[in-house]
Design a protein around this ligand. Structure first.
Ligand code: ZN
Ligand code: ZN
Length: 132
């Protein structure tokens, strides 16, 4: 698949690149991205004003259609149109996570900054933080 990847520091450190096709793991959905918005966070990442784990496909504001699920994904199934919480990979055990405030987790890993995001043909997201 192709994705818009931040791969190096500097203004030329972002490009449309070939990426391996992602595979969902337990509790995750493979989503075909239908549209992805450009957030200020993406601009900050491109300008090196925000740290990201490179290389990473940018984008966390998207709508897509599930094409595959793995394991227990609740009610979500292939064909569903979905959106996800950007900071969808949190530690799950800190005080903030236990209180349900996963976006405040200090170890959160957002799609589009620490995991490949939605400016790509496909994105993998956890069902737990994905909604129809
Ligand atoms: Zn955003
Ligand atoms: Zn946490």
């Amino acid at each position: 698949m192709k994705g818009v990847v931040k791969y190096a520091l500097g203004p030329d450190g972002v490009a449309l690149m070939e990426l391996p096709d992602p595979t969902p793991k337990e509790g995750e959905c493979l989503v075909k991205v239908l549209a992805a918005g450009i957030c200020a966070s993406d601009i900050h990442a491109i300008k090196d004003e925000r740290s990201v784990t490179m290389p990473v496909a940018l984008g966390h504001e998207y709508i897509g259609q599930i094409v595959e699920t793995c394991g227990d994904t609740g009610k979500l199934k292939a064909g569903d149109w979905v959106v996800s919480l950007p900071a969808c990979y949190s530690c799950g055990s800190c005080r903030e996570c236990r209180a349900g405030a996963v976006t405040l987790c200090r170890q959160r890993k957002s799609i589009g900054s620490h995991r490949n995001g939605a400016m790509a043909n496909y994105v993998v997201v956890p069902a737990k933080y994905t909604w129809r």
